[in-house]
Design a protein around this ligand. Sequence first.
Ligand SMILES: NC(=O)c1ccc[n+]([C@@H]2O[C@H](COP(=O)([O-])OP(=O)(O)OC[C@H]3O[C@@H](n4cnc5c(N)ncnc54)[C@H](O)[C@@H]3O)[C@@H](O)[C@H]2O)c1
Length: 433
Amino acid sequence: MVADHYQKLSGHRPSLKFFKADYRDKQAMTAVLEAYESPLGFALDPIESPIPRRSKITGVIHFAAHKAVGESIKQPLKYYANNVSGLIDFCSLLGDFGVKNFVFSSSATVYGTVADIGVPLREEYCSQDRTVFVDDDGKQKVQQSGCSGLTNPYGRTKWMCEAILNDLAHADPEWKITALRYFNPIGCDESGLLGEDPRDAATNLMPIVLRVITGRQPILNIYGDDYDTKDGTAVRDYIHVTDLARGHLAALKSRTDKGFKVYNLGTGTGHSVLEVVAAMEQVSNRKIPTQLVGRREGDVGMCVAKPNRAQEELGWRTEKSLETCCRDVWRFLELDRVAKEEALAKASTVKEALASDLTKNDAMITVSPVEEISATEPTAQETLTTEPLANESLAIAALATVSLAMETVAKEVIIANDMLTKETNPEEAMSLV
Ligand SMILES: NC(=O)c1ccc[n+]([C@@H]2O[C@H](COP(=O)([O-])OP(=O)(O)OC[C@H]3O[C@@H](n4cnc5c(N)ncnc54)[C@H](O)[C@@H]3O)[C@@H](O)[C@H]2O)c1
């Protein structure tokens, strides 16, 4: 998928190296880091003062996390183990190798119920250190360290990770750590060649909209129309993934100081559920069936960023609108549909049809040709063969959009991910480089 993307684009592609690894696997991550060690200096007494390790790696962006809010409530230990313990061990290992420029995927969820105050959120509202600042109403405020009203374990893991990283930067001033609080990333690469497969059940609005528009889900539930917002439905700050990716580059390039710093990555403009539905309907020229249900537990009415700090300090601002997000996603879905239809037209067996990633749930794709080919239901074995494909596309897409833009700051992008399947095994992926 990534190779195809770069092949069809005229620009040069960054060197990408993939390693299939759980980032908590110390042995595997040590091997990756060792592969990028710089030639060392020498020490007069290596026992008394061991030679510090040096690395050719100039920065690390840490995306790996479990992120489903509902699952985090049911399985909190899974979240704390992966998102928090994993981060501690990983940073410890990076420190051993002298890699101390770190960008962390944080989230607007750290604002908890503070988001409900109804004004754009400043980073100071959720601080890791006591902060004195002049608020937008002109009054001086004191924010004690901490955040109030975190509503789920996932949000708590992000908050804890920020706190740990802040402590680390205080303890060792060599670290430059940037926590980026993402608001609501949507959209996909404008080429339409990289995008997120809306196959998996989701709880975020846009993936559900896509599931409904592609016929995988019959109706979109709207959770509450009695919020104190423009049309009563919940308002969020939707940011295009390409703008989000650029925010990471800005963090890597523009920060000259060391220490721990937090930035909101959002547009500063809120859109309601109904506005998102209308925008998607307009670009797709399709009707999205909706039904109103009650408020969902843990939701806040409004969550919109005040993005000024990133604008002023990182020189970053968003460029893409909600309409662009919807248009890019629709282009991806259309290209995907055409590719699947072409594959289906060529398929001569059930197995080939399945391998072309078609299932009876793909309602955008005409179901009947599959049935013409298939006299019987696909066997469990055949159905299973399509699963790794779906997971793999998601994992790669999530990373590839960011890595696409990385060529401007890195000669080579190293991607460690636990979800790489045989379709993207390291040997094959290395041949992309
Ligand atoms: N998507 C959002 O709305 C959103 C909002 C705020 C923050 N974030 C954060 O951004 C980051 C990326 O999110 P995404 O939306 O691309 O999610 P995603 O689930 O698509 O990607 C996360 C990737 O991390 C991998 N991963 C998880 N645990 C791992 C481990 N132990 N070792 C190696 N790989 C591991 C997963 O396999 C997956 O490919 C996450 O940290 C998430 O919490 C996302």
